[in-house]
Design a protein around this ligand. Structure first.
Ligand code: S3P
Length: 428
């Protein structure tokens, strides 16, 4: 866990990046493949630590998963093909793995214990353990099911209508995965719409799901069929280069094969609103998820206000958007983003503290932050705090710093983007 000197004072970034696979879709491809009947093949799978945690957990649940250079092959044997694991399942740093897997395990009549790393041990789980318990799963955990270690014995569950207190795709997906195995109908009502990869994937695996505004419903007793999944590039990973291209002088970058699902493209709307020189070329013929190439050039930016139902469409991009705002004329306000406090780190605190160390004018609020631009960044010793997105944001910030920048806990970046520094180098 040494210190890593970051590249600073960069005068230009030029070139193309083939963005790595979408993390949310990669997780779901393995989970759905595991509970479907027959073989599922997945291309473009993200070989990041989080998705590999999902692979190892499903192997422990008895699913055969082959890793090839060009694809993953998952040998699903249906819901009943899952077996009681002999050991504790470790989800590492991955909130998506634990929360979605709980939904699957809620329908299985066997016992499982789930643990994760130090960060997972601080993340709220009642948001899934409460609705899944209401459906009939027997779940316990530290502080009455709020924190790991969690244990679950599922089976014999019934559908519910659940009004989710937060817009969270992890919560919605967990309940829908349980609902697919429950008696009767399960409905989730969200306060704002969160990413819909689970809904799209249910259809891709031959299942049915009804969507009506903020209502999403599934019927129980559905059998899923193995399929082929082509994972698009992750817009949340592309985001670091979108911002780098906009703030580093004399830059022109093309991000190729980026997933453009409208529930994920909030960053594009915000960058355009701020005046970014950004163009999109959509690629035709993609089935499950829309995909395109995004071109970004050095931009003259102005501040903006970000809140309301835009927040779930860019929740993971807020750290890098905060950096973007330091280079925009005037004030940027981020509000309605309480959820940042329960990510891999408290991202209101980590973004504000680490960017302040580099000389940014940024203040924490109860539900977001206020940033005054545009100001030159200096340098200093910063840390990812074990949070991949904070690490990458700081590496992009360093590009426009005048003085030396050292990053502690750089290795966290492998959670979602193991090739990040190699890709960044290619543009220099
Ligand atoms: C994810 C949903 C989001 C996001 C996370 C991935 C998913 O979390 O922050 O990185 O794959 O469903 P929430 O559902 O908690 O908002």
């Amino acid at each position: 866990m040494g210190k890593h000197t970051l590249k600073t004072n960069i005068t230009s970034l030029q070139g193309d990046i083939l963005v790595p696979g979408d993390k949310s879709i990669s997780h779901r491809s393995v989970m759905f493949g595991a509970v479907a009947e027959g073989v599922t093949t997945v291309t473009g799978f993200l070989m990041g630590e989080d998705c590999l945690s999902t692979v190892s957990c499903f192997r422990q649940l008895g699913v055969e998963i082959e890793e090839h250079a060009d694809q993953m092959v998952i040998h699903g044997k249906g819901w009943d093909g899952l077996k009681e694991p002999k050991e504790v399942l470790n989800v590492g740093n991955s909130g998506t793995t634990i929360r979605l897997m709980m939904g699957i395990l809620a329908g299985r009549d066997f016992h499982t214990t789930l643990i994760g790393d130090e960060s997972i041990g601080k993340r709220p789980m009642t948001r899934v353990t409460k609705p899944l318990s209401q459906m009939g799963a027997r779940i316990d955990g530290r502080q009455s099911g709020e924190y790991t270690p969690l244990s679950i014995r599922g089976g014999g569950i019934s559908g519910i209508e659940y009004r989710a207190p937060v817009a969270s795709a992890q919560v919605k997906s967990s309940i829908l995965l349980a609902g697919l195995q429950a008696d009767g109908k399960t409905t989730v009502i969200e306060p704002e719409k969160s990413r819909d990869h689970t809904e799209r994937m249910i259809r891709q695996f031959g299942g049915t799901v009804e969507e009506d505004g903020l209502f999403v419903s599934v019927r129980g007793g559905q059998t899923l069929k193995g399929t082929h999944i082509k994972v698009p590039g992750d817009i949340s990973s592309a985001a670091f280069f979108l911002v780098a291209g906009a703030i580093v002088p004399d830059s022109s970058i093309t991000l190729k094969n980026v997933g453009l699902n409208p529930t994920r493209t909030g960053i594009i709307d915000v960058m355009r609103e701020m005046g970014a020189d950004l163009t999109i070329e959509e690629i035709d013929g993609e089935q499950m998820e829309p995909v395109g190439n995004i071109h970004i050039k050095t931009s003259h930016l102005k501040g903006t206000t970000i809140g309301g139902d835009l927040i779930p469409r860019l929740i993971d991009e807020l750290p890098i958007i905060a950096l973007l705002a330091t280079q925009a004329e005037g004030e940027t306000i981020i509000r309605d983003a309480h959820e940042l406090k329960v990510k891999e780190t408290n991202r209101i605190d980590t973004v504000v503290n680490e960017l302040s160390k580099l000389g940014a004018d940024i203040t924490a609020t109860d539900d977001g932050m206020i940033i005054q631009g545009k100001n030159k960044l200096s340098g200093g010793i910063v840390s990812s705090h074990g949070d991949h997105r904070i690490g990458m944001m700081l590496a992009v910030a360093a590009l426009i710093c005048n003085d030396e920048v050292s990053l502690e806990q750089k290795e966290a970046i492998s959670v979602s983007y193991p090739q990040f520094f190699a890709d960044l180098e290619k543009l220099m």
